[in-house]
Ligand binder design. Structure first.
Ligand code: MN
Ligand code: MN
Length: 306
């Protein structure tokens, strides 16, 4: 049989990388030995943590294959997110949890479900085909579901994801809540970024009526880890305020696990945050409970109170 390349999407996340590996294992168990797990880009910090922890090799970096090659797509189906010459390839299978954005001129195996993660579907496919889920495979599946559903807390989580996580945690013999937190934390690790990089990673200039502001957001699984840099962050923020002649700088440190944001606020209009959220800034900081969205929970409320 000709070689079959298994691809997740470009800018790969944990689901894409691990689904490629797990799909490869499923194909082999179903008798297709000539398969290769591929990636369309470098892995992120979270995935790196997972593969190191589990002692599993990354898929191979393969960004182009010859026309007419056989491919399997996981965790995506949109050609824009896939290998460049997809239209000239022979897609054998697609296993995915996104909206269908592809059309082919030939039939193929297509399995799509509206669940939180591709691995929840792969988990079902292993069971449906009576293929044993080893400890290693269970660990990969579990990691991806935790990643895509933010530890089953994202609004995309379904009952099927919850069932899969519980069963996979048993097989993998992993305390999924503890492991999941470490894993998500690794994905938000800021240690390789300088203070000025952190302050510009996701900074948006927003004026709340007359109040000239910048709102910057960093995601974390541990607010205390980021707050450990508070003095340096404040020094950096002060420099930006002077340079940009700002009235306000808000740094939202968003806890993706507990869905809260700690905010560090500097500038002459810092009290606007106190008024908008009914909090008291102590030492330039306060916890904004339930606030995770700059677009929905910061801009309108700050503008209304300005
Ligand atoms: Mn993905
Ligand atoms: Mn996914």
């Amino acid at each position: 049989m000709d070689k079959t390349y298994i691809f997740g999407h470009k800018s790969p996340d944990t689901d894409s990388i691990t689904s490629s590996l797990v799909m490869c294992e499923l194909e082999r168990k179903l008798g297709n030995d000539n398969v290769i797990a591929c990636k369309l880009g470098n892995i992120n910090k979270e995935t790196e943590y997972i593969l190191n922890y589990l002692g599993i090799d990354e898929p191979e970096l393969i960004e182009s294959v010859e026309d007419e090659s056989n491919v399997i797509l996981v965790d995506h189906n949109s050609p824009s997110e896939s290998i460049d010459n997809l239209e000239n390839l022979n897609i054998k299978k697609i296993v995915d949890h996104h909206k269908i954005a592809i059309e082919t001129t030939y039939p193929l195996f297509y399995r799509a479900e509206a669940v939180g993660c591709t691995q929840t579907i792969l988990y079902k496919l292993f069971n449906e085909n009576n293929v044993e889920i080893t400890k290693e495979i269970a660990s990969l599946m579990l990691s991806a579901i935790i990643s895509d559903t933010l530890l089953l807390k994202s609004p995309t989580t379904t009952d099927d994801d919850v069932i899969a996580v519980k069963e996979l945690a048993e097989i993998a013999d992993i305390d999924y809540e503890e492991y999941g937190l470490e894993m998500l934390k690794a994905g938000t690790d800021l240690s390789s970024f300088s203070i000025s990089e952190i302050l510009s990673l996701d900074a948006k200039q927003i004026d709340f009526k007359e109040v000239k502001s910048i709102v910057n957001q960093v995601n974390t699984a541990s607010i205390p880890d980021v707050m450990a840099m508070k003095d340096d962050l404040e020094e950096g923020i002060q420099e930006i305020i002077e340079k940009e002649d700002l009235d306000l700088f808000m740094l939202l440190i968003t806890d993706i696990v507990n869905s809260n944001s700690q905010v560090i606020v500097l500038g002459k209009d810092a009290a606007l945050v106190e008024k908008a959220y009914g909090v008291k800034l102590e030492d330039n900081t306060a916890l904004l409970e339930g606030v995770v969205s700059r677009k929905k929970q910061v801009v309108p409320i700050m503008t209304e109170n300005a």
